[in-house]
Design a protein around this ligand. Structure first.
Ligand SMILES: [Zn+2]
Length: 328
């Protein structure tokens, strides 16, 4: 069973917000595509695992674990009474060759050796096990969920470390076998993992504010050309209508990920939306959708939700039903 949600990676939301408000540089576009593709691979993995069923195991997704002073990211950890299996998901496509310790697409070397990355991640879990003086198995696999991927290797032993799409369903089926259970030992391992979870420490965007277009934009087509009504904004380009609250939630989401960990005040949010809405509407939305931190005379706000989507799903008495997004 899935223990936690797989949320979009911070970087992906950052690039979504950035691309909505400025034109991306070549390097940024490439990174954006890469992160998007990685996330799509993870969702595909979850979907296939869901279709097979995973009631006998505990599954953690997209975690950062602090083990012995360093932080490692894990795409998926599968826990049973036997131990932990780390699955590193690589949404590679096309034909890729592994030779002499490097990955190649044609003659181009792909940076970062996925095998080393997997070994490091598994090694860290072994450290966690050893320092807790427990006894369980730790192993890992590289998972390639894209059916448009072929792998060639000069070393036959590498085939034991990878699961291709053609073998993925069978791989998942083994977790449904009767010998696999998530009993007391799995609960203990799960507790060990939970106690090591930390926030992503590597996400430290440094966006140049002067590049950004401030204001509100259409959630459907991205246009900043909106007409104000009392409670809504209507896009002059595609005709979509979204209520003020939807726009403010999207702005708070963008603010969170573009200026990560930087304080948000009413004035800084007003400036960010280019004063497109009345300060009273902004105040109301901040009080409803943020935690308030008072420091002396200055009040800052922390977005209650992970991101815009989370806000839309969770916020009660939310007026999204009043949005009108015309069908294409
Ligand atoms: Zn529009």
């Amino acid at each position: 069973m899935f223990i936690n949600e797989r949320t979009k990676p911070h970087e992906l939301i950052y690039y979504e917000a950035l691309s909505a408000r400025t034109s991306l540089m070549k390097k940024e576009s490439a990174k954006f595509e890469n992160v998007k593709k990685g996330y799509e691979g993870e969702m595909l993995y979850d979907q296939i695992f869901d279709s097979i069923g995973h009631g006998n195991v505990l599954i953690y997704r997209d975690l950062f674990l602090s083990i012995d002073g360093s932080v490692t990211q894990y795409d998926t950890l599968i826990i049973s009474d036997i131990g932990i299996i780390s699955n590193e998901i690589k949404n590679f496509s096309g034909s890729v060759t592994f030779r002499d310790g490097s990955w190649y697409r044609g003659n181009f070397a792909i940076p970062n050796d996925a095998f080393s990355q997997l070994n490091r991640a598994v090694g860290k879990l072994m450290e966690l096990r050893n320092t807790s003086r427990s006894d369980f198995k730790v192993s890992g696999k590289l998972i390639f969920p894209n059916d448009n991927f072929t792998f060639h290797s000069d070393d036959q032993s590498n085939w034991n470390k990878i699961i291709l799409r053609s073998g993925l369903r069978d791989y998942f089926r083994q977790f449904n076998q009767s010998g696999i259970v998530a009993g007391n030992k799995a609960q203990y391992i799960s507790w060990l993992i939970s106690s090591s979870i930390v926030e992503n420490p590597y996400f430290k965007p440094a966006v140049d504010k002067t590049r950004l277009k401030f204001g509100l934009y259409c959630g459907r087509c991205g246009s900043f050309n909106l007409s104000k009504k009392r409670f809504h904004l209507t896009c002059n380009k595609c005709g979509s209508t979204e209520c003020n609250e939807t726009h403010l939630l999207r702005a708070m989401n963008d603010y969170k990920f573009l200026f990560y960990n930087q304080p948000m005040t009413r004035n800084s949010l007003l400036e960010f939306i280019d004063y497109d809405l009345h300060f009273k509407a902004v105040s109301r939305a901040l009080l409803k959708h943020c935690y308030t931190n008072n420091k002396g005379t200055r009040t800052t706000y922390t977005f209650k939700y992970f991101d815009f989507e989370d806000a839309v799903n969770k916020s009660d008495a939310y007026m999204r039903y009043k949005d009108h997004i015309p069908m294409i």
